[in-house]
Design a protein around this ligand. Structure first.
Ligand SMILES: O=C(O)CCC(=O)C(=O)O
Length: 242
């Protein structure tokens, strides 16, 4: 049986520290996932039909902030980041069929927090596999410092954030890509330095709905960012369960 933070937090933390990522299954119910997808249909890019990712939807509708306050997820993020945490950013991905994936990157390249003090929780709102755009991680690469990046020819930005695939991190040889299949309600926990990318959605009719939630350890510095406009916020101030 697979290790989980819910059942064996010490072993799960060791796995996370070894690989730089971890899949925590079934953290959110199907009902919560469906409600988030439903709420996303009111977001601007759903209304205008582009279905591009929406930055910080929690500032538009608090329903997208509620999962960040989920007590089980907060306990995990505290373990991973080494102390109390603050929410930093959310992003909603529709992942419509035909969307190109992200090129290889480290999330902390943009955020610039101390190593290990910033991490992401990538909530699969639908079943995600390589066909509809799953993540691809390079286990162990989180031990690297921030990598140099190089511009790449950008494929289509159809359905995608224009910053997702215009440059890529130069990963030293020796790391092997691993596709991360995640069923609905699972959370992929991502170390800020682990190199990762995502598959194109090559399916004909399977959207890849995901809510990305990022956190920093309380008190550390981070970059606000031109597009992301990050602003750390309290995730402990009410008892919502997400
Ligand atoms: O959801 C994806 O396709 C990739 C997301 C990602 O890697 C990120 O936002 O840093």
């Amino acid at each position: 049986m697979a290790i989980t933070f819910t059942q064996d937090p010490d072993s799960a933390l060791s796995e996370f520290q070894r690989n730089g990522f971890f899949i925590e299954p079934d953290l959110f119910s199907e009902d919560v996932c469906l409600r988030l997808i439903d709420a996303a249909n009111d977001l601007p890019s759903a209304r205008d039909g582009s279905l591009t990712p929406v930055m910080n939807p929690h500032r538009i509708n608090p329903v997208f902030e509620a999962p960040m306050r989920n007590p089980a997820l907060l306990r995990i993020m505290e373990r991973i980041l080494g102390g109390r945490v603050r929410g930093l950013q959310t992003q909603f991905f529709f992942g419509r069929p035909g969307t190109q994936g992200f090129t290889i990157h480290q999330d902390n390249f943009y955020v610039r927090s101390p190593h290990g003090a910033f991490g992401s929780a990538w909530l699969a709102l639908t079943d995600v596999d390589p066909e509809n755009g799953s993540l691809v991680v390079y286990p162990g690469s989180h031990r690297e410092a921030l990598l140099d990046v190089t511009p790449v020819e950008q494929p289509s930005t159809f359905g995608q954030d224009p910053n997702a695939n215009c440059q890529e991190a130069k990963l030293p040889p020796g790391y092997n890509p691993l596709s991360v299949t995640a069923r609905r309600g699972s959370v992929v926990l991502i170390h800020g330095h682990v190199a990762h990318s995502s598959h194109d959605n090559t399916s004909t009719n399977r959207f890849r709905h995901v809510l990305l939630m990022t956190y920093v350890r309380e008190g550390v510095d981070y970059r606000t960012g031109f597009a992301a406009k990050r602003e750390a916020f309290d995730v402990y101030d009410d008892a919502a369960t997400g």
